[in-house]
Write a protein that binds this ligand. Structure first.
Ligand code: PRP
Length: 175
């Protein structure tokens, strides 16, 4: 197994600080309810919120979309829901990656139906080469090429989420 560093830890942390500054500015004088999407976004969520200076409440949600990415009207499977009533609240979804866009499309629809005052999306990564369901990303960490990336929350068969950097995974030489 070989991992080539694609986004170094320092680069990631510098970008996250920039995103947090933007969010602090955009939500100045407001309260923000942050929803981190498990599993992949656990690290991005933790690093982003520690730079927020506005009042924040935080929950995690676990959801995945049905379908293979070619179905445009995917259904959402919620494995862990939030407890807070978000009606009238400013909500920020935090995701690790927008790939085909299906998960975020159906997740945003689900949360919009709960009538938040505003609903924004922060995604650590965006892979335009695979996009099938356009989704607005309000705060984007990095746009990436069509590589199989791992680390910083992203997994291969459940592994490598703990890496503090993003790597390109290639299985050659795996023992
Ligand atoms: C990943 C990621 C997004 C989704 C993006 O989650 O966290 O939720 O896939 O893909 P899409 O744009 O094609 O819908 P995954 O289902 O792999 O779960 P995980 O976060 O637990 O790794």
């Amino acid at each position: 197994m070989a991992i080539e560093v694609y986004l170094a830890q320092e680069k990631i942390q510098a970008r996250i600080k920039e995103l947090a500054d933007e969010i602090n500015k955009d939500f100045a004088g407001k309260e923000l309810h942050v929803i981190g999407i498990l599993n992949g976004a656990f690290m991005f969520t933790a690093d982003l919120v520690r730079h927020l200076t506005i009042p924040v409440t935080l929950e995690f949600m676990a959801a995945s979309s049905y379908g293979d990415g070619t179905v445009s009207s995917g259904e959402l499977k919620i494995n862990l829901d939030i407890k807070k009533d978000i009606e009238g609240k400013h909500v920020l979804i935090i995701e690790d990656i927008v790939d085909t866009g299906l998960t975020l499309k159906v997740l945003k629809k689900n949360l919009e139906e709960r009538r938040p005052s505003s609903l924004k999306l922060a995604s650590f990564l965006f892979k335009p080469a695979r996009l099938e369901h356009p989704v607005d990303i309000d705060y984007l960490g990095f746009e990436i090429e069509d590589h199989f990336v791992i680390g910083y929350g992203l997994d291969y068969a459940g592994r490598y989420r703990e890496l503090p950097y993003v790597g390109i995974y290639s299985p050659e030489g795996e023992s």
